[in-house]
Ligand binder design. Structure first.
Ligand code: TRP
Length: 331
């Protein structure tokens, strides 16, 4: 079943991973590893494009992300799991691709100006060469392994489109089909709101940490916003405005309809509904929690896994880099 092609994907190690990140991307990767040959990279160089000034947490974040991936069930034998900066060819290819990538292409990426504006007034100044070049580095990631497929969320589709343009241009300029045009692999995105109903985000303080213990999980579920008009259990509730119901639909698919009907009829109280959700979430996440606890105690093992992945990635990267340089007549 490993015949569907080669995947490359990456995630920035930017701090504590949460359940929204897991449902949005990692859960898909765990499924895709059985169907594709996969390269999964912790893209620490990408993290530097916006967090270049304070790197004090970088190593720790890389380790945490590796622990998250392994506890979610990514298999380090089946997949090549590695740290981007351990393979210097990412930087080398980004430099070469940067020679021919028009500034206009980069300035037109829809998220580019938005992100700069979002961070204005904070201590992050993104008027930098590195930040403008973010999509070139991402193209280099994908192209270095000649990946044919990239699992991406909505937010990354413009970046992938740019990668495809860079591929076409390269193959045309140097008159050799060095790179395949990578295709997006979209999967049904399960979007989880934060516990207050806004987007789940560390900066809002409304996240559920990935690998939460049953107690932590209950703390967060208990705080979830419900229908504000519902005061007593017998008041008819509106599940559509209730965050608990959003979660029931994801974690308790069989009972979600039934619970909604009971809520509308005023037959189930919010606390009971929350208890039931927390129980279902625990069933799904208990193994991940235990695995995470166990792996957190074995930093040496995690380092070994990343070294092993780095070695395997370098074999492929060196081989392809030689071909790329030959096509460009670089001696
Ligand atoms: N830009 C991606 C993100 O922020 C991370 C990333 C870096 C990536 N390189 C990649 C994703 C290559 C897919 C393929 O989510």
């Amino acid at each position: 079943m490993m015949n569907k092609g080669r995947i490359f994907s990456g995630m920035q190690p930017s701090g504590r991973f949460h359940l929204g990140n897991y449902m949005g991307a990692l859960e898909n990767w765990v499924r895709l590893q059985h169907e594709y040959e996969c390269f999964f990279s912790i893209v620490d160089l990408h993290a530097l494009t916006s967090s270049y000034a304070d790197t004090s947490k970088l190593q720790e974040n890389v380790m945490e992300m590796a622990i998250d991936w392994l506890s979610a069930g990514l298999d380090p034998e089946k997949n090549v799991i590695f740290v981007q900066s351990h393979v210097k060819e990412h930087a080398e290819l980004a430099l070469l691709l940067g020679m021919s990538t028009p500034l206009g292409w980069l300035e037109r990426v829809p998220t580019y100006k938005d992100k700069i504006r979002d961070l204005e007034g904070t201590n992050k100044d993104l008027h930098t060469y590195g930040f403008l070049g973010y999509p070139v580095l991402m193209a280099a990631d994908i192209m270095l392994y000649k990946a044919t497929c990239v699992p991406v969320g909505e937010d990354q589709s413009a970046h992938l489109e740019l990668t495809r343009e860079i591929v076409r241009r390269f193959n045309y300029m140097y008159k050799k089909e060095v790179f395949p045009e990578p295709q997006a692999v979209y999967s049904k995105a399960k979007v989880l709101p934060g516990i207050d109903g806004r987007k789940m985000s560390k900066s809002y303080g409304n996240t559920i940490p990935f690998g939460a213990s049953p107690e932590e999980l209950w703390q967060q579920v208990r705080m979830m916003t419900t229908d504000p008009k519902r005061i007593k259990k017998t008041d008819p509730g509106d599940p559509e405005v209730c965050i608990v119901y959003q979660f029931q639909k994801v974690f308790n698919t069989e009972e979600a309809n039934d619970i909604a009907a009971k809520c509308r009829a005023g037959e189930i109280g919010c606390v009971q509904c929350k208890k039931c959700l927390a129980e279902k979430m625990n069933c799904m996440l208990a193994d991940i929690h235990l695995k995470r606890e166990e792996l957190s105690k074995k930093p040496e093992y995690i380092k070994e896994v990343l070294e092993y992945g780095g070695k395997r990635a370098r074999v492929e990267a060196e081989k392809n880099m030689a071909e790329i340089k030959a096509a460009m007549n670089i001696w």
